[in-house]
Design a protein around this ligand. Structure first.
Ligand code: ADP
Length: 164
């Protein structure tokens, strides 16, 4: 079991500054962090896994100890495959808690070695979510304060209406 590494799973559709904050803080705790980009087909993502990975890669350029890998299937299988059993999740508000609690318990039931570590969101980013960024952005709102520059570029390409 690699105890120096943790997995941060999510859809990252697209990655935003709330995610980046969790990633950079996790990288200070663990020697390495694997960002597992879930296919999340049931959520009908706006961006393909490949472009979500590309945006993460560009946004995190120069940050050491971070690996970005596609996740298609169960997180427990991914964890076993990589021999990493610490999962990081971000908590924004009480509303995140119920689902996250359920997921953490289910994952531990499926794989008893799996532990989920929760990092609380930075105050400035508590209200940010990929969903709200897409909603505001596609209606022409300025989302430049919520996403890294490469994501803003991709959003502008995907939705010409987004203001600069
Ligand atoms: P999912 O598809 O699992 O909901 P997301 O890409 O939305 O994935 O989020 C991945 C992880 O990042 C989750 O643990 C989520 O709680 C966390 N997260 C999302 N937005 C924020 C934020 N603004 N601040 C901190 N953590 C966040």
């Amino acid at each position: 079991m690699n105890k120096n590494c943790a997995i941060y799973p999510g859809s990252f559709d697209p990655v935003h500054l709330g995610h980046i904050d969790i990633i950079t803080r996790s990288a200070k705790i663990f020697s390495s962090v694997i960002i597992a980009v879930a296919a999340s087909k049931s959520k009908s993502p706006m961006f393909s896994v490949e472009s979500r990975i590309a945006m993460l890669r560009e946004s995190l350029e120069g940050h050491p100890g971070i690996e970005i890998i596609a996740l298609d299937g169960l997180l427990v299988d991914f964890a076993r495959q990589h021999n990493v059993f610490t999962i990081i999740r971000g908590l924004r508000a009480v509303s995140d808690f119920e689902f996250e609690f359920q997921m953490a318990l289910m994952n531990r039931k499926l794989e008893p070695r799996l532990e989920t570590v929760f990092l609380t969101s930075k105050e400035d980013y508590t209200y940010i979510s990929s969903r709200i960024i897409k909603e505001v952005g596609t209606m022409g709102g300025d989302v430049s304060h919520f996403v890294p520059a490469p994501v803003l570029e991709s959003l502008l390409k995907a939705v010409p209406k987004i203001s600069k």
